[in-house]
Ligand binder design. Sequence first.
Ligand SMILES: Nc1ncnc2c1ncn2[C@@H]1O[C@H](COP(=O)(O)OP(=O)(O)O)[C@@H](O)[C@H]1O
Ligand SMILES: [Mg+2]
Length: 409
Amino acid sequence: MEAVLLEDKPKNLFESEFYASTVFADRNLIAPHYTPNELPFREKQIEEIAKNLSLCIHNKRPDNFFLYGKTGTGKTSVTKNVISQLSEFVSQKNIQVRAEYINCRNHNSKYRVLIKLVKELYPTENFLGYSAAFVYEKVLDYAKKGNNLILVLDELDKVKDLDELIYGLTRGNDELQGKGGITLIGISNNLNFKERLDPRTKSSLCEQEMVFPPYNAEELRKILFTRAETAFKKNAVEESAINLAAAFAAQESGDARTAVMLLLRAGEISDKNKSFKVTDKEVIKAKQTVEEEIIFDMISTLPRQQQLVLLAISDLSLSNKGIKKLNGLHEEHVLFSGEVYEQYRVKAKSLQENIISSRWYRQYISELEMYGLIHTTSSGKGIKGQTRLIKLGYDAKKIKELIEKEVGG
Ligand SMILES: Nc1ncnc2c1ncn2[C@@H]1O[C@H](COP(=O)(O)OP(=O)(O)O)[C@@H](O)[C@H]1O
Ligand SMILES: [Mg+2]
């Protein structure tokens, strides 16, 4: 059929809105929750996880795996990628393997994890109101039919009664005696988390483990190029904008999520301003919003007591006059570890919360530092003996507002 040309007709009123100029070819492909098929610089991790999991296709139980590394190092994407390939393969070959992914941020107790799991395994049944013991038996029943169950527990550190959950699931294997099996892949963004596990949980879960290192600027640059190729229209993103986004993200923490979000938000800014191109200017503008989004997200998932410690730090930073060092120099917004702990106790008391021990307090402080939310240094000799000095990594007022919203302070 011959194309009908309508060029001589007046333009429809809605046309320009419909074809509103956008730099994106498919915005979804650069959204942070999207799992790309290609994951450059993670080939080794993918191969190693796949090698272990491939035991299940020969009806052997793979080792439990513990994956950890900072946020944005590709743990979730790598794992989802491997299990989706596994699921596809076993369904083609009719092998009795079932892989399930659960994010414990949304299912943060043993009961919630088990309920989520049985709902996936038995989609037509209703488990509302059943006991944890009953639900657990249903999981075992599923494996007893000869199924190898691979359970990915992402953001594992969010589970309140984790020891019981891990113990329950791994003990299941003894009961199964080779008829099917349960394999766990636990993931955590917290580098210290393993040290906190009960020794028995640790030895069950960490039969194998793998650290995901941060990406460097060059790696982030290549990752962004690959992602931008499909997500954006041709020539819509300037090369220097990609380099800049990669450099920013590498500076922060080698986090690919920050890098991807920078490009996404930069693209949205271009669209809003109808500038048709993503340049350095949009990336620089995007930096602030992305930083805030990421910090807010991080803070909102901290345990409540740790939020209160951070709140104490923001409170003091806002009122604090700084300290005078032995060399006579004045340093602003630097706090003594002891005064922060005191302020935290006052806060926790006023909110009628339990008060954590000073040992836990120190643990929380070192985690906050690992997340980049605070910086600490040693005072050196001279100031009140030797003590740790704490400085907030971000704007105190913003952090305070955010935590107060969370804890209702
Ligand atoms: N090697 C990679 N190639 C392409 N995109 C990646 C890669 N690693 C991470 N990403 C992207 O970065 C973001 C964060 O990755 P994610 O797997 O969620 O990290 P983690 O689970 O370690 O926090 C996601 O949008 C993901 O698609
Ligand atoms: Mg993740």
